[in-house]
Design a protein around this ligand. Structure first.
Ligand SMILES: N[C@@H](CCC(=O)N[C@@H](CS)C(=O)NCC(=O)O)C(=O)O
Length: 231
């Protein structure tokens, strides 16, 4: 098998998506976390938009954009995560295309600079959640995953952002997901899936919170300061 290097910022959801697909396909890979504020020259040379993720293959090819990386892995490594049926495959791809819009509603809420921006962003979450709730109802009555029992690239695309919704909801309750039972069950199933997690869950939530604090976003005032344990 080829040698894979996934270049990452620790809390990046788009990196997480690529890592999930690698884990779902049982691919061994080197996970290399770089500092967003001090991106090394070797990284700038292989990342056209200076963004993560980049998937470096055999020290020769560098792929970027999480969806392109996911599709590449899907084409080259079993097990197949896309549905066999072409109509279902198109439906899956269509909902994967919706990931950035959905992600935007959650990310904008977390990164809002003041209370009015936070409220305006949070007000957009129910519309995005409602879209997915209806999609899930059409896909599978039973769930728990997007296509029912079988894991897909749609699951990998949404898991990082559903996780961040839960993180934000624990910083300052939003309460939106309770109104969407299918979405909530899906999100809970994804949180239980080992492939979702690149780090131990509590450690990752602490990293997410520290990132909000570092950015001095409005919601960070609701995060208690954590005492640093003496060494
Ligand atoms: N559409 C891209 C988004 C990647 C992205 O926005 N990555 C962020 C970190 S989460 C980044 O590298 N930002 C650096 C920058 O914008 O300078 C993908 O799906 O890979």
């Amino acid at each position: 098998m080829a040698k894979y290097l996934l270049v990452s910022f620790k809390t990046c959801p788009w990196v997480q998506r690529a890592a999930i697909v690698l884990r779902e396909k049982n691919v061994a890979f080197e996970f290399r976390h770089i500092d967003p504020d001090n991106r090394p020259d070797w990284f700038l040379a292989i990342s056209p938009h200076k963004k993560v993720p980049v998937l470096r293959i055999d020290d020769t090819v560098s792929l970027f954009e999480s969806n392109a990386i996911a599709e590449y892995l899907e084409e080259t490594i079993a097990p197949r995560l896309h549905p066999e049926d072409p109509v279902q495959r198109a439906v899956n791809r269509a909902w994967t295309d919706y990931v950035p819009t959905f992600a935007g509603s959650v990310t904008a809420t977390g990164y809002a600079a003041d209370e009015s921006a936070y409220k305006a962003a949070a007000e957009k979450i129910p519309a995005a959640f409602g879209q997915l709730e209806r999609a899930l109802e059409k896909q599978s009555a039973a769930g728990p995953l997007f296509n029912g029992a079988k894991y897909s690239l749609v699951d990998a695309g949404y898991a990082p952002f559903l996780q961040r919704y839960f993180f934000l909801d624990r910083v300052k309750p939003l309460g939106v997901i309770d109104k969407f039972p299918r979405l909530k069950a899906w999100a809970q199933a994804l949180m239980k899936r080992p492939s979702t997690h690149s780090f131990p869950e509590a450690e990752f939530e602490a990293l997410y919170r520290a990132n909000l604090k570092r950015r001095k976003v409005w919601v960070s005032q609701f995060i208690p300061d954590v005492a640093v344990a003496a060494e």
